[in-house]
Design a protein around this ligand. Structure first.
Ligand code: TRP
Length: 447
């Protein structure tokens, strides 16, 4: 069990949980997927899923952390009713975070590299932009490893500080900065004609563009973006003062996450529509299309590029720490490891596999690092999106909805939500969330 652990302040918790949720998913993935899947209708499905299912799961995961007050493995073990001891194993979902980190840290490294590109000269045409990205991705393993090392070191340094002096401090500083940067960029973009086109693109749904793939991707992304299903939010909630209203905190986190994704989308599409870029560019949107536009704006563009990539790096780092902390907490709690030892051990685990991930996309090595037809990079990302995260989400929903007694859950949450909202939430956790997640996993595994 945990001894004398430091606790979050209320605002520290909300910003840290929002820091976990707001990540590359918001600034990189959400805008490019909105572009690829046609705008408004995709955004609408994403918003509806967050509201109907995402928030319910988020609150359920927070609830397990709050009643357990310990690492995820201990929470499932201690809180499961005696007859349902098989649940004890569910806590191992925490190791999914380390798997995510094997590629997440590499991508954070790319952002560091783009800060350097912004300083030394942005590409002025598509050819150059593609060259810069492809050279990094396909033929510069050592450069990528250097930045992956830097990202690993920063994340470890923050985790050494623990909940209070590491995670909370860092989020209290970076999250408001990120919001200010994005709002500043949006205010700047408001002078563009592209701004209103961006709003129309994102908020006027064109349902003819909504195919089943777009729906599945929107549902999947709404889980990924809220950081549900791997014990991150649970770990933070375990360090909450007992009297915190987790329902309200959950609403705040979901609101901030959605708000930041929408602002990032508006900023990116305003620039794109103003200066003539293709919205449906896919994953290269922020790494290829945007830099060319920034280059057109001269010195102002350099400043904007630096701010943009800095914000993106902040978003990535605050999520990264939440991906590693659950495993750190586990080793500290259960094996009485020192924080230092737990952080170094977990960091090394993902760091080493991350090096293989880098080589899996670079010329001369990639042939040796394939899993089936996919590179190790793509295979890990696929496993996380379509199997591991849904698994974590289902376990959380089933645990709260079926393993624990309704009386017990209600006793804690009715005072927070009121009878009516509790009834809706409980229905969602029992009957909607598990099946929606199952549907999602089934579809992405078979497509
Ligand atoms: N939500 C983060 C993003 O949008 C990624 C992330 C952080 C995450 N922690 C997680 C995803 C836990 C799933 C589970 O980039």
């Amino acid at each position: 069990m945990r001894k004398n652990v430091a606790q979050f302040s209320r605002i520290g918790f909300i910003l840290s949980a929002a820091g976990a949720a707001v990540g590359l998913g918001n600034i990189w993935k959400f805008p490019y997927m909105t572009g690829v899947y046609g705008g408004g209708a995709f955004v609408m499905v994403y918003l509806i899923t967050i509201l109907l299912i995402g928030v319910s799961l988020l609150v359920a995961e927070m609830y397990i952390g709050k009643i357990g007050q310990a690492d995820a493995v201990s929470n499932f073990e201690n809180e499961a009713p005696k007859a349902k001891r098989a649940w004890a194993k569910a806590g191992y979902i925490i190791f999914i975070g380390l798997i995510i980190m094997t590629f997440y840290s590499v991508v954070i490294g790319w952002i560091f590299y783009y800060l350097y590109v912004a300083l030394t000269g942005l590409p002025t045409n598509l050819q150059d932009a593609q060259n810069i990205f492809n050279t990094l991705y396909a033929s510069s393993p050592w450069l990528q490893i250097t930045f992956h090392t830097l990202s690993t070191a920063i994340v470890a340094a923050i985790l050494f500080g623990g909940i209070k002096n590491g995670i909370e401090k860092f989020n209290l500083l970076l999250m408001p900065t990120l919001i200010v940067i994005l709002l500043g960029l949006m205010v700047y973009a408001m002078q563009f004609e592209g701004f209103s086109k961006a709003l129309a693109f994102m908020f006027a749904p064109d349902f003819s563009k909504l195919n089943s793939e777009a729906i599945i991707r929107a549902v999947g992304h709404s889980f990924f973006t809220l950081s549900i299903g791997i014990g991150s939010i649970m770990a933070y909630a375990a360090a909450l003062p007992k009297e915190t209203n987790i329902f309200r905190a959950g609403l705040w986190v979901a609101f901030l996450d959605t708000f930041i994704a929408l602002i990032a989308g508006i900023v990116i599409f305003s620039f794109l529509f103003q200066f003539g870029g293709e919205p449906a560019k896919g994953p290269g949107l922020v790494f290829m299309s945007l830099p060319i536009i920034f280059a057109k704006l001269g010195t102002v563009g350099t400043v904007i590029a630096l701010l943009f990539f800095l914000g993106m790096a902040f978003a990535g780092l605050t999520s990264a720490i939440s991906l590693v902390e659950p495993a750190v907490m586990y080793l500290e709690d259960r094996y009485e490891w020192s924080k230092k030892k737990a952080v170094i051990f977990n960091s090394l685990l993902y760091y080493v596999v991350g090096i293989l991930v880098v080589f899996s996309t670079t010329d001369g090595f990639k042939e040796y690092l394939m899993i089936g037809k996919k590179s190790l990079f793509d295979a890990l990302e696929f496993a996380v999106d379509s199997f591991l995260m849904p698994l974590g989400g289902i376990l959380i929903a089933l645990f709260v909805g079926y393993a624990l007694s309704k009386e017990r859950v209600a006793k804690e949450l009715v005072p927070e939500m009121g009878e009516k909202i509790f009834a809706v939430w409980y229905f969602s956790i029992r009957y909607i969330a598990p099946f929606a997640v199952l549907f999602l996993a089934y579809n992405s595994l078979t497509s």
